[in-house]
Design a protein around this ligand. Structure first.
Ligand code: CMC
Length: 433
């Protein structure tokens, strides 16, 4: 499967004349007009702040149909993977393009398990942070620092080193995130336990204590594994585009993924799960909902309904459906009945889905709407939510990074601009100003 070239020609009228550009068709989704020769032909750029009409690359990894609410990883629907696969298998799929054979699965799982420990020196980084440091601040620093520890996997032109770097990142991210959590609690770090699977090991590193063993609930481990699958990739979102742009300069993968983590942190992206839960807590009771809905609709109030709306989904986010069900499973496993936050969330969703403002603007609940309630019930503080997102998204970042490096058309990403500053002027001495 490759893009079909030159099937049609788009005619574009510019101030300097009429030009023809090739239209390229993918397997699914809108076709694209190849304007790479536009500047050379016309001396003009395109202008698209926020990239709302721009395909920045060709990709075979993830497909989203925002109108229909469809999300496919390598062609497989997200709900099928969440229900029938596991995170490790999904990671293999995203990285390699196909579901693994039994042998391939075992080899991949063994390799990831063997890389779960971090260099002992890396612990010292944690002690340099304040105890109230946000886990995402720690993650940005520590993941970037991996490049100072694993020199043998920073040559991006060597496919073997790339594979090792990718596996290291996926394997070490739970250890790094759990260490950030433990540090914030003032508790000792818990080493990985390679007897446990990927997600159970993460829960153990978060909740065990040297003095007190932790029995990981298989139901909670399965629920979190599903959450990881839902977050594993999402085509050219802001953080993935950041990883691609950062590594387009030839930067090493640890540095590029650290850049992705920084981007993910923002409340309009990965930070929305933290913001959504804070919002539900602020609303507190269902009778306050109309007040918040009113604020969300007020153009003069910067408040937005967190966990609602999406740049691509103009329908119910397919991940939110699975997330809502997972939320119920987790609360049932933990014996949490009549959770006030869930009540507020369900009522808010009902009201918003029937409100003209949200209906007209096609603002549906996104994945972050229910993930916060679920993660909180599992025992994670809000500050850890985005760190868990980063852990899972690392798989997508690595897959997209690899795809970019292997793409023969890959060049350094270098957007241009519409300059509206001063035209040339003459420098005046300070004494003359
Ligand atoms: N509450 C109230 N109004 C909203 C909301 C919201 N959550 N989201 C969008 N709008 C309005 C917005 O004010 C604008 O109105 P108008 O056309 O009158 O100016 C219109 O809807 C379009 O919004 P936009 O900001 O132009 O849309 P966007 O595609 O640039 O932004 C978004 C998408 C996700 C940043 C935005 O919907 C938002 O801020 N949502 C809340 C944050 C959130 O939940 N983010 C998580 C996204 S899912 C996780 C991930 O994939 O990273």
């Amino acid at each position: 499967m490759n893009k079909t070239e030159k099937v049609q020609v788009a005619k574009v009228d510019t101030t300097s004349g009429e030009y023809e550009f090739h239209v390229l068709d993918g397997t699914l989704g809108p076709s694209v007009i190849d304007i790479s020769s536009l500047y050379g032909d016309t001396g003009q750029f395109t202008y698209d702040p926020g990239f709302t009409s721009t395909a920045s690359c060709e990709s075979k990894i993830t497909y989203i149909d925002g109108e229909k609410g469809i999300l496919l990883y390598r062609g497989y629907p997200i709900d099928q993977l969440a229900e029938q696969s596991n995170f490790i298998e999904t990671a293999y799929l995203l990285l390699n393009g196909e579901l693994p054979s039994l042998n391939d699965y075992e080899e991949f799982e063994r390799a990831i398990t063997n890389h779960t420990m971090v260099h002992e020196q890396l612990r010292n980084f944690y002690y340099g942070f304040r105890s109230d440091a946000h886990p995402m601040a720690i993650m940005c620093g520590v993941v970037g620092a991996l490049s100072a520890f694993y020199h043998d996997s920073t040559d991006i032109n060597d496919p073997y080193q790339r594979m090792v770097a990718g596996r290291r990142l996926i394997a070490k991210m739970p250890t790094i995130a759990a260490m950030a959590f433990k540090f914030s609690l003032g508790q000792p770090f818990v080493y990985p336990d390679n007897e446990l699977d990927y997600t159970a090991n993460f829960l153990n590193m978060c909740f065990a204590l040297p003095a007190l063993k932790h029995k990981v609930s298989p139901t909670l481990a399965r629920a979190l594994d599903k959450i990881f699958i839902l977050h594993a990739d999402h085509e050219q979102n802001a953080s993935t585009s950041t990883v691609r742009l950062a590594s387009s300069s030839g930067a090493n993968p640890f540095a590029a993924i650290a850049a992705g983590i920084a981007c993910l942190w923002g409340p309009a992206h990965g930070g929305a799960n933290e913001a959504a839960l804070n919002m539900l807590m602020e609303i507190g009771t269902a009778d306050k909902i109309p007040e918040f809905i009113k604020r969300a609709k007020d153009k003069n109030d910067p408040f937005r309904l967190m966990g609602f709306g999406h740049r691509v989904y103009k329908n119910y986010d397919p991940r939110a459906k699975v997330m809502q069900q997972t939320c119920h499973e987790v609360l049932a496993e933990l014996g949490i009945k009549d959770d006030p936050l869930l009540e507020v969330a369900l009522e808010l969703e009902k009201i918003a889905l029937n409100d003209d403002y949200f209906v007209e603007k096609q603002l549906y609940p996104n994945i972050d709407f229910y993930s916060g309630i679920t993660l909180k019930a599992m025992g994670f503080p809000t500050t850890m939510f985005t760190a868990l997102f980063a852990l899972a998204r690392t798989v997508g970042w690595v897959a997209q990074w690899n795809e970019m490096i292997e793409d023969p058309s890959q060049r350094i990403g270098r957007p241009r601009q519409l300059y509206t500053g001063y035209a040339e002027r003459t420098y005046k001495k300070r004494s003359e100003r």
